[in-house]
Design a protein around this ligand. Structure first.
Ligand SMILES: Nc1ncnc2c1ncn2[C@@H]1O[C@H](COP(=O)(O)OP(=O)(O)OP(=O)(O)O)[C@@H](O)[C@H]1O
Ligand SMILES: [Mg+2]
Length: 278
């Protein structure tokens, strides 16, 4: 498999609480993370709230300057690139946030929102862009007429489809999904996850899928990285992490997943009731 992204000893430290007479303290949000992601691969990034998942995602996209470490994209060191030098790469690196109500401009029609990436990167004529917007809408399972409506006229799941359409408009190579289905109902979550999987196959898209919800990550990931206080404590094929976790922290996280399937629930209770089972 061809390597798309590699990060080496990446750190993001924030200084908080600094004032005129206060020295402040350092929050080590990301503290020495190394991994690589292959083309077309999905890497799940899990860990509890505040462990640094979003900060890691944003640092990889260079929305934050890393405190230390290296980021390589397609073999090229992009760590030191300026905002201007990053501009052509923005096409390849995209993010889908949790709440499209915040990330989509509510005063713009869906058509304007989806046309914007092409306008920013000066791609196509006005007629061509309108055509691409329609194609994008159909691709994410929305009617072409949606272009004339505003984000608030859609349901949460539909709005996330718009967010995804915008993120894939320029055919990126890496998509970071930061809690992208966390605010949705379970049945809608499944639809959006299936959409992401289908797009990934069509576009050979690599995805870093950030979530605090381990059952969601299991469904979508090839490999899973478990994060704890800014560090990756365990990483491996999804199947192995879930069936045979090594790190104590992963075991704790997994045991906290509610058992929803009635069959499994019964089995667990029976085991617990056996006197010889600790
Ligand atoms: N801009 C910032 N300035 C200072 N501290 C920050 C900043 N952004 C994040 N932090 C701190 O860094 C740590 C990691 O935050 P982050 O948002 O990355 O966690 P997370 O794993 O995404 O959590 P959640 O699951 O709640 O989204 C937290 O302690 C947070 O308070
Ligand atoms: Mg977060």
């Amino acid at each position: 498999m061809t390597e798309l992204l590699r990060i080496e000893n990446l750190k993001q430290h924030f200084v908080s609480g600094k004032g005129l007479f206060k020295k402040g303290y350092t929050v080590k949000a990301v503290d020495g993370v190394s991994f690589s992601v292959a083309q077309g691969e999905t890497l799940g990034l899990v860990g509890e709230s505040g462990c640094g998942k979003s900060t890691l995602g944003r640092t990889i996209l260079k929305l934050y300057e890393p405190t230390e470490g290296k980021i390589y994209f397609e073999g090229k060191d992009i760590t030191g690139l300026s905002t201007k030098e990053m501009r052509p790469l923005r096409k390849d690196l995209q993010i889908v946030f949790q709440d499209p109500m915040e990330s989509l401009n509510q005063r713009h029609t869906v058509g304007m929102i989806l046309e914007e990436p092409f306008v920013i990167h000066k791609i196509g004529t006005s007629t061509e862009r309108k055509q691409w917007v329609e194609e994008l809408l159909v691709k994410v399972g929305l009617p072409a007429e949606a272009a004339n409506r505003y984000p608030h006229e859609f349901s949460g799941g539909q709005r996330q489809r718009i967010g995804i359409a915008r993120a894939i408009a320029l055919k990126p190579k890496l998509l970071i999904c930061d809690e992208s289905v966390s605010a949705l109902d379970v049945s809608v979550q499944a639809q959006i996850l299936n959409l992401l999987l289908q797009l990934q196959k069509e576009m050979n898209l690599a995805i870093i899928f950030i979530s605090h919800d381990l059952s969601v990550v299991k469904h979508i990931s090839d490999r899973v990285a478990v994060m704890y206080f800014g560090k990756i404590v365990e990483m491996g094929p999804a199947q192995e992490i879930y069936s045979n976790p090594q790190a104590d922290y992963t075991k704790t996280l997994l045991s906290a997943i509610p058992i929803t399937h009635p069959k499994n629930r019964k089995r667990k209770r029976r085991l617990e009731n056996k006197p010889n089972v600790a």
